[in-house]
Design a protein around this ligand. Structure first.
Ligand code: CP
Ligand code: NVA
Length: 312
């Protein structure tokens, strides 16, 4: 089994992984040897703090090992080897592969050719591990997920937005995206159609609005992400800043949400861009819980996909 896109995971899979992460977080010592003898290859084509350090710590804490593999220093990165041959070769050495890549098609090709489980650690298109960790954080803060209102404001054509659309719609949540009316800043139509169909099944709902105020009205969760994702070239930054400025999360915007609303961000964040310092450093912010929960959810993912020896 792979974790390349949440579209392939059922609601039961999502609930199971969250329940497992809750248990692992409460009793990490039961999992000290869960992945003894297992090696995770971690392929990186982009920078990372959280994904690299949390996956590496997860493997070490569960008795396994990880190998950091910078694509820039690989035959694949220099055009001397194919993804297929890289995947088939690596599968002879390790028990699982986690990869952070630019192109979604490359990630899918990796998944097709690998003979060990492949975990998507972010592409330009999706970030499933982030969304799963976020469900854990929301559940901890708010209890049941069904019916909760999550407002995502900012850049909608975004990997984190896409995975949140998949995750929230599968879990029966009500997700509203507030983003510019220009289609370049909106979630891809294909992802919206997928999320709408999952929402119909789960009793959730999906909406897009073009102003931040109506997006966050009565929201239980206000979520934003960087305007300058890793794959966005420097020369686009100024234009994006002006397009996205009306969607900055400020204290005044937070007041439009439910009084108990939490503020979320996958990090890395730029204070003064997608949110003010007062918001991300304020009392409603749970961004470091989110970062911590990446560790617990990734342990649950690794245990599920790589197999486990759990002590009682
Ligand atoms: N949220 C997240 O994936 O962070 P990194 O880019 O630091 O891994
Ligand atoms: N949208 C961001 C997420 C970083 C974790 C990016 O792709 O850079």
């Amino acid at each position: 089994m792979n974790l390349i896109s949440l579209i392939d995971w059922t609601r039961e899979n999502l609930e199971g992984i969250i329940a497992s992460a809750v248990h692992i977080k409460q009793h990490p010592e039961h999992y000290n040897h869960a992945l003894a003898g297992s090696i995770l290859l971690m392929i990186f084509e982009k920078p990372s703090l959280r994904t690299r350090v949390s996956f590496e710590s997860a493997m070490l804490q569960m008795g396994g090992h990880s190998i950091y593999y910078d694509l820039g220093m690989s035959p694949l990165g220099s055009g001397k080897e194919t993804i297929a041959d890289t995947a088939r070769t690596a599968s002879r050495y390790v028990q699982g592969i986690m990869a952070r890549m630019f192109r979604r098609a490359d990630m899918e090709e990796l998944g097709r050719y690998a003979r060990v489980p492949v975990i998507n650690g972010l592409t330009d298109h999706e970030h499933p591990c982030q969304a799963l960790g976020d469900l854990l954080t929301i559940q901890e803060r708010k209890g049941a997920l069904q019916g909760l209102r999550l407002a995502y404001v900012g850049e909608g054509n975004n990997n984190v937005t896409h995975s949140l659309l998949h995750a929230c719609s599968k879990m029966g949540m009500q997700m509203t995206v507030g983003c510019p009316a220009d289609p370049a800043y909106q979630p891809l139509p294909e992802v919206l159609a997928q999320a709408e169909s999952f929402a119909q099944e789960s009793g959730g709902s999906i909406a897009i609005v073009y102003d931040a105020q109506s997006a966050v009205a009565n929201a239980d969760v206000v979520y934003t992400d960087t305007w300058m994702s890793y794959h966005i070239p420097e020369e686009e930054h100024e234009k994006r800043f002006h397009m996205l400025e009306p969607f900055r999360v400020t204290e005044a915007l937070m007041q439009q949400a439910s009084p108990n609303a939490i503020f979320m961000h996958c990090l890395p964040a730029q204070r003064g861009n997608e949110q003010t310092a007062e918001v991300i450093d304020g009392s409603q912010s749970v961004v470091f819980d989110q970062a911590e929960n990446r560790l617990h959810i990734e342990k649950a993912i690794l245990v599920k996909l790589l197999g486990a020896k759990i002590s009682q």
